[in-house]
Design a binder for this molecule. Structure first.
Ligand SMILES: C[S@@+](CC[C@H](N)C(=O)[O-])C[C@H]1O[C@@H](n2cnc3c(N)ncnc32)[C@H](O)[C@@H]1O
Length: 259
């Protein structure tokens, strides 16, 4: 059974591993590439996985974008969280469909979009961001991912407080996460997880010490490495150049001691 491409769908046009375009299919829309022009309107009604030829006769495959495609092709107002870290964060939060999650800062909205796609349609992500101009970029990225209906963007400083209560997770990716640990503990449901992503070990240390002070347990910090393999007959080996460092990820669980 094949799924058919509809007007308004985002599709990934694949030329080769280094050349991929995330585009929206609509009547009259075209994509200009150095390999010719692709008529995007002509894709409506075609099955996903099909091949389309450009005006120069080059072959592009039309595939369904993954969450990683949306993340890597997002418009960037800030540094984003990469797919290797996004997946690991999701696996370590106690959240799923219907969960309510608080996040700060929104930045480009990449983590926001992944969280929203995990908790939708009944769940919500409440995302705090101090810089209004970043929220505009994040909104565009979230609309492109089709998850804006499940996100509340808040132009607020999260250090001043979190307005939601009884939430299923708190996730931080901001310069001073240790200043939000107390708020996170207060608004989290007991037994649930907070996570914090930080590029430097100094931030991690301050955050972990604060998490232990306010009463989080099972506080753990990780760094994720991802290395692609180049598979060729007789020449299979790891990729030479990789993203060396993105950030450290800390998790902790809220418990109640006095029951
Ligand atoms: C690295 S970016 C977040 C990127 C985001 N996780 C993504 O994947 O696109 C960090 C963001 O935190 C925001 N920020 C820093 N301090 C904040 C605060 N006290 N309250 C709300 N947002 C804050 C910054 O303006 C910045 O946009």
């Amino acid at each position: 059974m094949s799924e058919t491409i509809a007007s308004g769908d985002y599709v990934l046009l694949f030329l080769d591993e280094k050349r991929k375009w995330l585009v929206r299919v609509r009547e009259g829309e075209v994509l200009h590439t150095h390999k010719g022009v692709v008529d995007l309107g002509s894709l409506m009604g075609m099955p996903y996985g099909c091949m389309v030829k450009s005006s120069k006769g080059e072959e592009f495959f039309v595939v369904k974008p993954t969450l990683a495609d949306f993340a890597l092709k997002a418009k960037r107002a800030t540094q984003i969280i990469y797919p290797k870290d996004l997946g690991f964060i999701l696996m370590n939060l106690a959240v799923g469909r219907g969960s309510r999650v608080v996040e700060a800062g929104t930045g480009s909205g990449v983590l926001t979009g992944v969280l929203a796609s995990w908790v939708m349609p009944e769940g919500r992500v409440y995302s705090y961001e101090v810089r209004e101009e970043f929220l505009k970029v994040a909104r565009k990225n979230l609309e492109r991912m089709g998850v804006m209906d499940y996100v509340e963007l808040k132009n607020k400083d999260v250090v001043e407080g979190i307005e939601e209560g009884d939430v299923d997770a708190v996730v931080l990716d901001m310069a001073t996460p240790w200043l939000v640990v107390g708020h996170a503990y207060r608004v989290l449901k007991a037994g649930r997880v907070m996570a914090s992503f930080s590029p430097t070990i100094e931030q991690v240390q301050k955050t972990v010490l604060e998490m232990e002070k306010v009463g989080f347990v099972d506080v753990r910090t990780y760094e994720c490495f991802l290395r692609e393999m180049i598979v060729k007959e007789g020449r299979t080996r790891p990729e030479s150049f990789i993203v060396g460092h993105t950030g450290y990820i800390t998790f902790g669980r809220k418990v109640i001691r006095d029951i």
